[in-house]
Design a protein around this ligand. Structure first.
Ligand SMILES: [Zn+2]
Length: 493
C-alpha cells in the first residue's frame, strides 16, 4: 500500500521510549518495510500539545490535502493511535474525512483488525483510552505534584543530606515537610567550609574533601562518601534555602514551559558561601579539563582493573606533572588508604600488556583455537532455528488471543474498564517483545563465521599485530574494547 506517515512529538513525554521524533520515524519506516508498504510522504508536528488541534498545523494540512485528493494513497500510518488524535471529537471529524476518501489508519504498536466494522469500533475505543490517558498524565499528575510543591511540602524522592522529613497535618491531610537534621547539617557546613578554605585558608577540591571525611569516619548515612555525592551537595541550592522543583521536566521537554518552582526551605549555609564555592569549583574544573583529555586517550582506561578491589584503574599525574600513572579508582575516589595496590607507570604497564598480546594471544595457534571455540558456540546457537519456530508460533497465538479479545469486547461480552485497558496494553507489550526476540535471532544468523578460513585468520593476525606495533593507541584501544578484553593488575606474589 502507499502510505502517508504522520508523526507527532508531544512536549511532555519526549523521553519516553519510542516517543522521540527519530524513534517514531524509525519504527514507522521499519514497520512499512517489513509489511511491504511504501511511505509516499510525511507530516510532522514537533513539540505540540496533546489535545489542542490548533497546535497541530501539519495534521490539519494533511487532512486538507487528503480531502483535496492531491495524491494517491491508501492509508495513514502512525506510531501509535495516541499520536493520531487524543480527543475523541477531533478524531471523529478526522476519521470521517479519511473514510470519505477511503483511507485507513494503521498503527505500528496497535495491530488493527482487517474487518471494517471491527476496525472502526476499535478506533473509537482507542480514542477513548487515549483521551483518558492523556488527560490523566498531563493534567492531574503534574498539577497535583506542582500544588504540593508550591505549598512547600516534600513531594517525595531521596531526602537531601542535611534534612529529614516530618509529617504535618494540613486540612486533615497528612503531608511531608523537610526540616533540618542538625547532625547532618553540621557535616554539610563542614563540607562547605573545607571547599572554601580547607584547613590552611586555601579551598580544597572534591577528592581531598572526600578523603578527609572518609578517613575521619564522617560518613554519608553509613556509607563512604563519593566525589559525585559531594559534587551534588556543593551544587544544590537547597542548602541556602531554595529548593528548585520541576527543573528536570523543563530541560527534558526543551521548552520553557512550565517554569520551575522555587520552594523556600530551611537554610543551612548562606547564599554568599554557596556562590563562593561554586566559583572555586568552576575554576578548578577548567584546570582539570586538560588532564581529562589525556585520560580518555589512554590505551588501557576502561579495560584495566585493580586485581585487589576490582575498581577501574584511572590515569593520574605525579607531582611534577611529567609522569603518568595508572591508579586504582578507589584510591582516587575515596581515600588513598582504601586499597593496598600500587600505582603503575603508564608507559611501562602499556608495554607489558602489548607484549603479552603479541607473544601470547595474537599468534596463529591461539586464534585458531579461539575461533573453533566460537564456532562450537555458534553452532549450538543453530538450535535457534527451533527457538525461532517456537517464537513465531507464540506470536501467532498472541495475535489470535488479541483478535478474539477484540471480538468479545465488541460483542459486549466484556465490560470495558481499567483492567481491560491494562490487559490490552500488556498483551501488546508481550507481542512487541516477541517481535524483538524474533528480530534478534534473525540478525544473529547473519554472522559470517563459517567463511573464516586459515587465510582470513593469517591476514587478521597480521593487521592487528601491525596495529598494535604502530602505537596508534586510539585504534588499538577500540580493538581491545571490541574484543571485550579485560586486564587485571595484581601485586607481585
Ligand atoms: Zn584497588
Amino acid at each position: 500500500m502507499k502510505l502517508i506517515a504522520y508523526i507527532r512529538v508531544s512536549s511532555q513525554n519526549q523521553v519516553d521510549h519510542g516517543d522521540s521524533l527519530a524513534g517514531q520515524e524509525e519504527s514507522i519506516n521499519k514497520w512499512a518495510t517489513n509489511n511491504g508498504h511504501t511511505i509516499i510522504r510525511k507530516y510532522i508536528d514537533a513539540g505540540s500539545s496533546a489535545y489542542n488541534d490548533n497546535q497541530r498545523p501539519q495534521f490539519n494540512i494533511m487532512l486538507r490535502e487528503i480531502d483535496k485528493q492531491d495524491f494517491d494513497c491508501d492509508g495513514v500510518i502512525v506510531y501509535s493511535l495516541s499520536r493520531f488524535s487524543r480527543s475523541i471529537i477531533s478524531q471523529a471529524a478526522a476519521l470521517s474525512i479519511l473514510e470519505k476518501n477511503k483511507i485507513r489508519i494503521l498503527s505500528v504498536v496497535e495491530p488493527l483488525p482487517e474487518d471494517y466494522m471491527t476496525y472502526k469500533l476499535l478506533l473509537t475505543i482507542f480514542g477513548v483510552i487515549n483521551e483518558m490517558q492523556s488527560k490523566q498524565n498531563s493534567a492531574t499528575v503534574c498539577d497535583r505534584l506542582q500544588g504540593t510543591a508550591d505549598k512547600g511540602y516534600f513531594t517525595g524522592g531521596t531526602i537531601p543530606y542535611g534534612y529529614e522529613s516530618v509529617h504535618v497535618t494540613d486540612e486533615s491531610v497528612f503531608r511531608k515537610k523537610l526540616v533540618i537534621n542538625e547532625e547532618e547539617a553540621k557535616v554539610v557546613r563542614k563540607i562547605y567550609e573545607l571547599a572554601t578554605k580547607g584547613n590552611t585558608g586555601k579551598g580544597w577540591g572534591l577528592k581531598k574533601i572526600t578523603s578527609y571525611l572518609n578517613d575521619n569516619a564522617i560518613l554519608n548515612r553509613g556509607d563512604y562518601w563519593k566525589t559525585s555525592t559531594l559534587h551534588r551537595i556543593l551544587h544544590n541550592t537547597i542548602y541556602y534555602g531554595e529548593r528548585i522543583y520541576g527543573r528536570k521536566r523543563v530541560e527534558r521537554s526543551g521548552k520553557i514551559n512550565p517554569p520551575p518552582t522555587i520552594v523556600k526551605s530551611p537554610e543551612i549555609i548562606s547564599k554568599e558561601t554557596f556562590d563562593n564555592v561554586k566559583r572555586k569549583l568552576k575554576s578548578r574544573d577548567l584546570k582539570n579539563n586538560k588532564d581529562r583529555s589525556i585520560r580518555s586517550n589512554s590505551l588501557l582506561t576502561g579495560i584495566i582493573k585493580c586485581g585487589l578491589c576490582n575498581a577501574n584503574l584511572v590515569i593520574t599525574t605525579g607531582k611534577s606533572g611529567n609522569y603518568k600513572y595508572y591508579t586504582c579508582g578507589n584510591k582516587v575516589r575515596s581515600s588513598v588508604n582504601s586499597c593496598n595496590c600500587k600505582n603503575h607507570p603508564k608507559d611501562k604497564l602499556e608495554e607489558i600488556v602489548k607484549k603479552t598480546l603479541l607473544d601470547n594471544i595474537l599468534i596463529e595457534s591461539v586464534i585458531i583455537k579461539i575461533l573453533n571455540d566460537l564456532k562450537i558456540i555458534l553452532r549450538a546457537n543453530d538450535t535457534d532455528e527451533k527457538e525461532l519456530r517456537k517464537l513465531n508460533l507464540q506470536l501467532k497465538s498472541k495475535q489470535g488471543i488479541l483478535s478474539d479479545f477484540y471480538k468479545k469486547l465488541l460483542s459486549n461480552n466484556i465490560e470495558f474498564d481499567e483492567t481491560v485497558k491494562m490487559f490490552i496494553s500488556s498483551e501488546q507489550n508481550k507481542l512487541n517483545n516477541l517481535k524483538n526476540d524474533i528480530d534478534r535471532i534473525t540478525c544473529s544468523k547473519k554472522i559470517t563465521y563459517k567463511k573464516f578460513g586459515i587465510n582470513q585468520i593469517r591476514s587478521f593476525i597480521k593487521s592487528i599485530r601491525s596495529l598494535i606495533i604502530s602505537n596508534n593507541s586510539e585504534l588499538t584501544k577500540s580493538f581491545l574494547i571490541s574484543l571485550g578484553m579485560e586486564v587485571k593488575v595484581y601485586p607481585k606474589n
